[in-house]
Ligand binder design. Sequence first.
Ligand SMILES: Cc1cc2nc3c(=O)[nH]c(=O)nc-3n(C[C@H](O)[C@H](O)[C@H](O)COP(=O)(O)OP(=O)(O)OC[C@H]3O[C@@H](n4cnc5c(N)ncnc54)[C@H](O)[C@@H]3O)c2cc1C
Length: 413
Amino acid sequence: MRVGYPSPVDFALAPEDEKFRDELRAWLDENLPPFLEAEALGDDARLSGEASQQRRQKWQRTLHEGGWAAIHWGPEYAKGRTINAMQRLIYSEVMAEYRTPGMFNTNGIWQIGPMIIQWGTEEQKAEWLPSILEAEEHWCQGFSEPMAGNDLANLRTTALYDPEADEYVVNGSKIWISSAHLATWGLFLLRTDPTAIERGKKHEGITAFVLNLKTPGIDVRPIRDMAGEELFNEIFFTDVRIPAKWRLGEEGAGWMVAMGTLGFERVGIASQIAILAADLRAVVEAARSVNPDALEDPSLRDRIAKLWTEIELARLLSLRALSKIMKGEKNWPEVPFAKLSWSSMAQTLSELAVDLLGPAGVLAKGGPDTVDRGKWTRLYAFQRYSTIGGGSTEIQKNIIADRAIAMPGKSRS
Ligand SMILES: Cc1cc2nc3c(=O)[nH]c(=O)nc-3n(C[C@H](O)[C@H](O)[C@H](O)COP(=O)(O)OP(=O)(O)OC[C@H]3O[C@@H](n4cnc5c(N)ncnc54)[C@H](O)[C@@H]3O)c2cc1C
């Protein structure tokens, strides 16, 4: 090596990581094909919402039986398996490579479960964790409100303690809550100190609760999105009485709980990048069979190459974030950078997909002649969400400007 040059980067997997990857691939080789074959209705797009949920439920249970559902929860839940940060990324990459079905409780497995493990009492863990893990009931995450999206600490749905009944009384509303219409339980953030906002301390007085959505006084109303689906919901609370034992963590500790949850969500971007790489390969393959001329078009070829390069760069950024985590360093600004690049790449890919597929690219989901069951046409509309959900683009840019490059000026938060 020449003096003055940085040492070369070693991308080789450690032997234990390689072993983990090979074990997962071997398990999928054995278990995925029989699962898909047993699914007479394998065509997800033609399934009703309920049937599609049943399919996800079965797949999660199959994963759980193999010890592959909640791999980051620790050996007690993942049949003795303990994983490191690199193995978490390998897990996502292999799942994307095999194009496995989605899980029933994705949110519960990746975000809510770890929070219950961290903040819950033994009684709460015993009551709620099996419900998430064994796909018994569906779980959602209820944070956003009409006045509290990016500015989450501005949330105003109140939960006021009634000491005589040892209950909280909940009033207000939430919005954009994914899959709440299918959920029995959800992790919610509520305001237990309504004076905090006027005192100028909006991050205080927020408390996390696990709520059963079948409680009287809770009204869940689906919202139709621009892809034509009813994925997210408004939830209205009118004098809803909930037992104090549903509080997760101390009163007023909700902000800390939320930050942990969103932290998991942002680390999850690395998995999304792995899915993008697999999706790009799949759409090029699909174009090869239904619209091969597109692959001779120089401008489309250019777009494929550019996107491929960007995905690879984002993957390297995730790897740098991971190596920082493993050294015990802070994994940012890589995390807001990765969220930012993922969101624009996700939209670029969905636009490229419909252009590559030509006439087939405009056939709506569910139709008889669709490619990949209309997935690409749906994504074209649905991916608008990627620059909004999980912290919008402008907010990520503010974080980078303020904290990563310390631009002079007033704080934007
Ligand atoms: C598909 C989808 C699923 C979702 N699922 C869930 C869920 O399951 N649970 C849940 O709790 N929430 C969920 N959300 C809500 C999501 O978290 C919010 O939409 C997000 O936090 C943005 O909040 P908002 O929509 O209120 O927009 P706002 O915060 O009102 O922002 C509106 C616009 O103003 C810009 N803006 C806001 N503040 C600033 C600022 N300080 N500087 C510069 N620009 C600014 C934003 O970038 C954006 O362009 C979901 C959203 C989507 C799209």
